[in-house]
Design a protein around this ligand. Structure first.
Ligand code: GDP
Ligand code: IMO
Ligand code: MG
Length: 426
């Protein structure tokens, strides 16, 4: 059996990845985050508690599971330390079972400032609607080859040099372009030098660590953040995040090579949501959309923003499943549809009077399509009691089977509530 499984979001994020990873983590030795940063909000509900994780992998509440923050993640050290404290306060010791890649890049306060300043220069619909966590500017520095990495926190001299160089460049932007106060470089050098001893016990060459563990026969679950349609290469550019949530990103962001990957689990909501701007063909600006948001509690786990809601979109899903090579689907939040008399599924788009079946990857085109729907009957009842697929309402089973046939991928988990136990196997 291959050692590694990738779990990806197949839509615009918030598909319920956190719940699934927490649920699956007792079947894996190690869970790895491979991209994104504290823009992610992964919610886990267990023992009457609801916890939102932003950076720490969602396997942390399984005491036998080791968690790794991979080289592809961008880390705000303050956010990470707050989160470690939050997890420890819940009674889960992270020492010896949380490792952070020495190669991961840092998010500095100036990245967050630049994130909000660049958004404030865009007008209306041009705004990306970022989470304001400094994600884009930190990845910009990574690819410009001037970023500060976790390993730099462990070497005071290198850290100071890098901060002085970076801040000199950023201060030119703050002063001359944005007309803002310059950063006090000495204060920042002092503040970041303090992370050395605190972060040191967690820092490892995680690429080597993961490959050694794989050789020893351990199993790895690679946890994606965001979703395929927010991928910087494959998503609805420019309304995307600045990393690769698709399964390819799991290899570059962890150092686990493709030949170790067996399954790719795609997490998919039974409808669609999106936070932030950008095209959303099946968005519902009506009472039905409001109901989906109200019943599904669709508010961002990171920013609290109201999520835009609409029906499931098979054109977009066929595309994401192809790009990520999804081998099985986890269908989440099916319970949110329990009270709808009619459920619609978008099967194709209309573009300039012609029916199209392929997802347009160019944003201007995507924003002009209109969805073609197939209508399916609702089931007017709860599946919370279901212990197996056969226990579910017939129309709910038909909905799942319809999706499987249309997407050509089996649905292996059906989530009917936020809790660990509210999961049905198929
Ligand atoms: P993630 O970013 O993909 O981990 O998803 P989020 O945590 O941002 O959003 C998913 C939300 O739906 C969270 O509030 C979960 O607790 C909740 N959730 C997950 N699965 C289900 C489900 O099957 N039914 C319901 N009603 N809520 C769910
Ligand atoms: P999880 O992992 C949903 C969206 C933002 C914005 C765009 C770019 O919880 O599914 P960024 O701050 O990344 O530069 O913002 O991406 N976005 C998410 N939407 N779920 C997320 O993560 C997201 N992370 C970023 O709303 O539209
Ligand atoms: Mg989320």
């Amino acid at each position: 059996m291959a050692s590694a499984t990738v779990l990806v979001g197949t839509q615009f994020g918030d598909e319920g990845k956190g719940k699934l990873v927490d649920y699956l983590s007792d079947k894996y030795d190690i869970v790895v985050r491979y991209q994104g940063g504290a823009n992610a909000g992964h919610t886990i509900c267990f023992d009457n508690k609801t916890v939102v994780l932003h950076l720490i992998p969602s396997g942390i509440f399984n005491k036998d599971c080791v968690c790794v923050i991979g080289n592809g993640v961008v880390i705000d050290p303050n956010a990470l330390l707050d989160e470690i404290k939050k997890v420890e306060d819940l009674g889960y010791d992270v020492r010896g079972r949380l490792f952070i890649s020495h190669n991961a890049h840092l998010i500095m306060p100036y990245h967050k400032q630049l994130d909000s300043l660049s958004e404030s220069c865009l007008s209306g619909e041009q705004k990306i609607g970022t989470t304001g966590r400094g994600i884009g500017p930190s990845y910009e520095d990574k690819f410009a080859r001037c970023g500060v990495r976790v390993v730099d926190l462990l070497n005071a001299k290198v850290l100071e040099e890098k901060l002085r160089d970076n801040i000199a460049a950023k201060n030119k932007l703050f002063k001359n372009i944005y007309e803002k106060d310059e950063i006090d470089v000495d204060a920042m050098v002092r503040e970041y030098a303090e992370f050395d001893k605190i972060i040191d016990p967690f820092v490892t060459n995680t690429q080597l660590y993961l490959n050694r563990k794989i050789r020893e026969g351990k199993t790895v679950l690679l946890e994606g953040a965001q979703g395929c349609l927010l991928d910087v290469d494959h998503g609805t550019y420019p309304y995307v995040t600045s990393s690769n949530p698709t399964s390819g990103g799991a290899c570059t962001g962890s150092g686990v090579a493709p030949n170790h990957i067996g399954k790719v689990i795609g997490v998919c909501k039974a409808y669609t949501t999106r936070v932030g701007n950008g095209a959303f063909p099946t968005e519902l600006d009506d009472e039905v959309g409001e109901s989906l948001g109200r019943i599904g509690h669709e508010f961002g786990a990171t920013t609290g923003r109201k999520r835009r809601c609409g029906w499931i979109d098979l054109v977009a899903l066929r595309y994401s499943l192809t790009i990520s090579g999804v081998t099985e689907l986890a269908l989440t939040k099916l319970d949110v549809l329990d009270t709808f008399g009619e459920i619609k599924v978008c099967t194709s788009y209309m573009l300039d009077g012609k029916e199209i079946h392929d997802f347009p990857t160019e944003h201007q085109t995507l924003s002009r399509v209109t969805p073609v729907y197939k209508s399916l009957p609702g089931w007017n009842g709860s599946n919370a009691h279901a212990k197996s697929f056969d226990d579910m309402h017939e129309n709910a089973r038909d909905y799942v089977t319809f999706l499987e046939d249309a997407l050509g991928v089996p649905v292996t988990f059906i989530s009917v509530g936020p809790g660990r136990d509210e999961t049905v196997f198929k």
